[in-house]
Write a protein that binds this ligand. Sequence first.
Ligand SMILES: Cc1cc2nc3c(=O)[nH]c(=O)nc-3n(C[C@H](O)[C@H](O)[C@H](O)COP(=O)(O)O)c2cc1C
Length: 377
Amino acid sequence: MRYISSGHSHGEKISIIFEGVPANLEIDINDINSELSRRQSGYGRGGRMKIEHDEVKFTGGVIFSKTTGAPIAMEVINRDYNNHQTYMSPFDYDLENYKAVKVPRPGHADLVGLMKYEQNDTRVVFERASARETVSRVCVGAICKQILKQMDINVYSYVVNIGGVEVTHLDLKYINESPVRMPSLVKTKEAIELIDQVKLNKDTIGGICVVVAENIPAGIGSYVSHETKLDAKIAANIISIQACKGVEFGQGFALSNHLGSEVHDEIIYDHGFSRTSNNYGGFEGGMTTGMPLVIRAVFKPIPTLMQPLKSVNIDSKEVSPSHIERSDVCVIPAASVICEHVLNYEITKAICEQFTSDTMKQLVTALNDYRDYLKRF
Ligand SMILES: Cc1cc2nc3c(=O)[nH]c(=O)nc-3n(C[C@H](O)[C@H](O)[C@H](O)COP(=O)(O)O)c2cc1C
């Protein structure tokens, strides 16, 4: 299973080719569109989100609503393209009325991208570095979610920290009604007030989200070589989300404050093996333990500031305020949704690699047989 995407932040569309999806999966397109709108939601997003209203279109790999086993081709039109067409059309552009972006933003891919790809307009870099690319992760993850549903595997996420406003007592029933996806009404209010203040100050703010996967059998992934460790693949994919600066499994960095006797997840047997705790977030030796996967990801404050930091003009080499592009203030709620879909993809990929997966029936049967085997172990 693999996918590749192409397209730009203000380009005509994001195109995705997704290979390795088992045949005979009935695709619920409304479900994919509602995942796309979850990616666009969350308190703290910029005005651009009101324009976009993403919707996926399938152009290959699905016939009579079902996957055929062939590569799936999808595209998501960018409704904001009309406002940028005069310079974002690959061939039909109007350079006379276009002003190249000459001052790279600290924190964005701008400067290093310019140097690496021998460019003289920052737009060439950020049009692809931008998180618009995560549309592809959501389309792919939303298909995987539909595969995982047939195996009773559920992935969800929530936000536990926005700019230091931290949720300590989780009340999960509030996640979906909280505009910042926080499982706490009190902290939601505090976070919203903070985001408003940060916006007034023309600044941006980061935070931490948690993503959880339930009902995954023990033994997905492997310890046998670095390339087969599932925790490593998940960590790499989550850290590749724009602005992500760290990933933790279970207690993560807090484990440094404990003795081994306090944190190793003790083994019990009651109609099958289980654990009394889940300090390692559902992984041992790169394999799932059968406990829920619990992963935390930290996202930095996003780079574009309405009160720009100092930078340098790449032509004149003079000190200049960095480029301003219409931008978000806080993306942590959206980032948590993107993390969900990255996890949906990595789990599905690992399961499809481990079990026979030409068709959905073969895959579900093989996984259920394996679950039965584990019960007898
Ligand atoms: C959902 C989401 C939305 C984002 N929106 C913006 C934005 O509006 N403006 C911005 O400067 N950065 C935004 N970013 C972050 C940049 O894309 C990112 O910082 C940049 O590509 C550099 O990559 P790095 O931070 O991983 O090093 C966003 C990130 C995410 C996850």
